[in-house]
Write a protein that binds this ligand. Structure first.
Ligand code: NAD
Length: 408
């Protein structure tokens, strides 16, 4: 398994070389500003105490408060949160929101906890981390296995301890607790806004009704599929952790959704063939959209990819070896830090609304999102042409230029 922090540093290193970026600043960016580890004692329902370990990595705040999610997972570790906080700094700079990068986590399998234990754990994390959080210091959000309810508990705890009643310390909150309209759709729709620009700018020549295979069928994948279908593309494959479904004539998104709702899984959907997650990556399609997990496009699977365009909606789905193969095979990869930046862009809108006591409607949010994402694409595309390089290198160059300028 690739060490994600080493991957992140290598990606920056490659971009820095191409654009001849300031060496000292680049070295600083390879080392997060601060890393906090806390122990969280939690009284379990059986009366016994259990100690959990929590992390927060604050990568860089030259452009604004640290910003990034908190994940609950049994495998959370230092290198993972460091890499994720690093990618957040770059993603926020690409989409040009005034945030730096942060990421946190707790080593826990939340499925083993009761709701009451989960609440005590979340409040315990906020209690230990409150000195490093704040609307102008570090603004966490949901990530893997966390949600608006958990942000609500943390916010409540933070407000009680600090007396700061601003809701802007956490984003991804529920709508009735200061959350933003459009956040749910933002990442998937944002990916399709980028896709539209790729086509409009003829980065890849795609025939009308091109076929798309999407790995995943969660929040990001469903909204991506919905928006892509509206534009006339044919979503021919989707998957979840139990496997995928494929119909080369196209899948009816609404019917797939109903099937998943009633059976709990995608497989055995009428008029489609069951496939594995590996087979999905190798289908004869024009566009491949990894929207589930990291490290799925490796040196083995990359050789078999037939798509002309890959839109990285998951974080870190492509290993550096696979990236080289795609470059050699002339397959265009739209990197995660551009493709899925719609999520954090809308988190910024939530933070902004909270800071200014404003409430925007969904159309306002999606309009602003579309504008911001399209500008980000144009800025990356400009560097891609200038340096005659990949979109990943171009996105890193753009982000590094912006962060380094802010570092002064
Ligand atoms: P989600 O939990 O809603 O959905 C994840 C999907 O992946 C589910 O359909 C699940 O069944 C599937 N999955 C799980 N294990 C799998 C496996 N082994 N093989 C294939 N599929 C598997 O998550 P999401 O919010 O849709 O996020 C998906 C990806 O997008 C993640 O990499 C996440 O980090 C990234 N991302 C999400 C957002 C956001 O706003 N939600 C923003 C940026 C990036």
């Amino acid at each position: 398994m690739n060490n994600p922090f080493e991957t992140a540093k290598a990606q920056l290193g490659a971009a820095a070389k191409i654009a001849n970026l300031d060496k000292d600043k680049v070295e600083q960016l390879k080392n997060p500003d601060r890393y906090v580890e806390v122990s969280i004692p939690v009284k379990m329902d059986n009366g016994q105490q259990k100690i959990f370990t929590g992390f927060r990595s604050q990568h860089n705040n030259a452009r604004g408060p640290y910003k990034g999610g908190i994940r609950y997972h049994q495998d959370v570790n230092l290198d993972e949160v460091r890499a994720l906080s690093f990618w957040m700094s770059f993603k926020n700079a690409v989409v040009n929101v005034p945030f730096g990068g942060g990421k946190g986590g707790i080593i826990v399998n939340p499925k083993e906890l009761s709701v009451a234990e989960l609440e005590r754990l979340s409040r315990g994390y906020a209690k230990k981390m409150f000195p490093v959080f704040g609307p102008e210091m570090d603004v966490p959000a949901p990530d893997v296995n966390t949600n608006g309810q958990i942000m609500g508990w943390m916010l409540d705890e933070y407000q009680k301890i600090t007396g700061n009643n601003s809701k802007a310390t956490f984003t991804g909150k529920s709508l009735d607790n200061g959350g933003s309209q459009g956040r749910e759709e933002a990442t998937g729709f944002g990916g399709v806004y980028v896709f539209e620009e790729v086509v409009k700018n003829k980065v890849v020549d795609l025939p009308a009704g091109s076929k798309i295979a999407i790995q995943g069928f969660g929040n990001v994948a469903t909204f991506f599929a919905q928006a892509a279908e509206k534009l006339g593309y044919k979503v021919v494959a989707l998957s979840d952790s139990k496997g995928g479904i494929y119909n080369q004539a196209g899948l009816d998104y609404e019917k797939v959704l109903a099937h998943k709702k009633s059976t709990g899984v995608l497989k055995d959907f009428a008029d489609s063939k069951n496939i594995t997650n590996e087979e999905l990556l190798e289908l004869p399609v024009e566009v491949l959209v990894p929207a589930a997990l990291e490290n799925v496009l490796t040196k083995d699977s990359a050789e078999k990819v037939q798509a002309k365009l890959i839109i990285e909606m998951a974080n870190g789905p492509t290993t550096p070896e696979a990236d080289e193969i795609f470059y050699r095979k002339n397959i265009v990869v739209i990197p995660d830090i551009l493709a899925n930046s719609g999520g954090v862009c809308t988190s910024y809108f939530e933070w902004y609304q909270n800071m200014n006591n404003e409430v925007w409607d969904k159309n306002q949010v999606l309009e602003k999102l579309s504008k911001q994402i399209k500008q980000a694409f144009a800025d990356v595309h400009e560097r891609q042409k200038k340096y005659n390089t990949t979109f990943r290198n171009a996105a890193y160059i753009l982000a590094a230029e912006r962060i380094i300028q802010a570092m002064g």
